[in-house]
Design a protein around this ligand. Structure first.
Ligand SMILES: C[S@@+](CC[C@H](N)C(=O)[O-])C[C@H]1O[C@@H](n2cnc3c(N)ncnc32)[C@H](O)[C@@H]1O
Length: 292
C-alpha cells in the first residue's frame, strides 16, 4: 500500500520544500536545541541568550502536562529534529519515543542523535498505526500543515475529525495529547496582510491552513476531554524574533549554505509570523486533552 509519504503530492512537496533545507542551515537558525516552535522565556531574559532554556522549559512543561514522565511509549506527531523525544527519554525517563515527520533530512538527523530509545519515521499521521497504544502524545506546531486550505470548511472539519480519531485510536484510555498550534480568528483585510498571506500560501507553506479554534474543539469532541486551553501567542512570536536575530548575526554563513533566495524567504516568513502574532491576527494555543 502506498502511503502519503511515498507519494509526490503537492502537500508532501510543500513540506519538503521547507523542511528539507539542510540541517546545517536549521542549526544556524534554531540554535543547538533545534526546536522550531514557541518557547517559554521568563521576564527580562534575552531572546537568543535564553533560547535554549526557553525551549527546554517548554518541553519539560509539556511532558508534565502530558503526564509522560516515566511513561512507556510516547508519540510526537510532526517531530522535527527529535528534540522532544530526546529530552523525554534522556531527562524524563520515557522508555520509547516514536516521531512522525515527512522530512527525510529530519529523519536522518534524529538517527544521528544515536539515542536507541527514539525513532523518527518518514510517515504521515494519516498512515500511522501504533503496534501498541501510546501513553502520551505531542503535536507541537505541526497541525498547521495537516489540513489543506484548498478544502471547503466542511471538508476541513472532517479532516480535523479524522486527525483526532487517529490520535485517539493510537492512545490508551486516559492518555493525554498536548498540542501547540497557531490559530487564526477573524483577519482584518488590509493590503499588507493580504500580500503577506499570499506569500505564505504560494511561496513558503503552500496551502497550509492555520486552523480556527472551533475546528479543533469540534474535532476532539466526544473522543477527548478538554483538560486545558491556553493562548500562548507570545511564546511563538518571541521565538520567531529570536530566530531572526540568530539569522541576522550569521547571515553570510546562511547565504553560503543555502543561497540568498532561501535566506530572504525565511526572513520574510519569520517576520510575517512574528508581526501577525504580535498584532493578534494569529494566536498560538496550547491545548491539552485526555483520551476518553
Ligand atoms: C514546525 S515543524 C515542528 C517540529 C517540532 N514539533 C518542533 O516543535 O520543533 C513541523 C513538523 O511537522 C511535520 N509534518 C508536516 N506534515 C506532516 C504530516 N502529514 N505527518 C507527519 N508530520 C508532518 C514536518 O515534517 C515537521 O517535522
Amino acid at each position: 500500500m502506498t502511503t502519503v509519504a511515498d507519494r509526490s503530492v503537492p502537500e508532501v512537496d510543500a513540506i519538503r520544500h521547507h523542511y528539507e533545507v539542510s540541517n546545517d542551515f536549521y542549526r544556524l537558525l534554531l540554535g543547538p536545541t533545534m526546536m522550531y516552535s514557541g518557547g517559554y522565556w521568563e521576564e527580562g531574559e534575552g531572546l537568543t541568550q535564553a533560547l535554549d532554556e526557553a525551549q527546554e522549559r517548554k518541553l519539560d512543561r509539556f511532558v508534565e502536562l502530558a503526564g509522560a514522565a516515566g511513561a512507556g511509549r510516547v508519540l510526537d506527531i510532526g517531530c522535527g529534529w527529535g528534540t522532544m523525544l530526546n529530552r523525554a527519554t534522556s531527562v524524563h525517563g520515557v522508555r520509547e519515543g516514536v516521531g512522525l515527520t515527512l522530512s527525510r533530512t529530519q529523519e536522518r538527523f534524529v538517527a544521528s542523535l544515536d539515542n536507541p530509545r527514539i525513532t523518527a519515521r518518514v510517515e504521515s499521521w494519516e498512515d500511522h498505526v501504533a503496534d501498541e497504544p501510546y501513553d502520551a502524545a505531542f503535536c507541537i506546531n505541526a497541525l498547521e500543515h495537516f489540513v489543506s486550505s484548498e478544502l471547503p470548511p466542511r471538508e476541513r472539519a472532517k479532516k480535523f475529525r479524522v486527525f483526532f480519531q487517529k490520535v485517539a485510536a493510537n492512545l490508551r484510555p486516559g492518555a493525554r495529547l498536548v498540542l501547540h498550534t497557531m490559530t487564526a480568528e477573524a483577519l482584518p483585510m488590509n493590503r499588507r496582510l493580504l500580500d503577506d498571506l499570499k506569500f505564505l500560501q504560494r511561496s513558503e507553506f503552500e496551502n497550509c491552513h492555520i486552523p480556527h479554534l472551533h475546528e479543533l474543539t469540534g474535532g476532539a469532541e466526544g473522543l477527548f476531554d478538554v483538560v486545558e486551553i491556553v493562548n500562548e501567542r507570545e511564546s511563538f512570536a518571541v521565538a520567531c524574533r529570536a530566530w531572526l536575530e540568530l539569522l541576522a548575526a550569521r547571515r553570510d554563513e546562511a547565504v553560503a549554505l543555502e543561497g540568498e533566495e532561501v535566506v530572504a524567504r525565511f526572513e520574510r516568513y519569520l517576520d510575517i509570523f512574528a508581526y501577525t502574532l504580535e498584532d493578534r491576527f494569529f494566536n498560538n494555543f496550547r491545548i491539552t486533552v485526555a483520551r476518553r
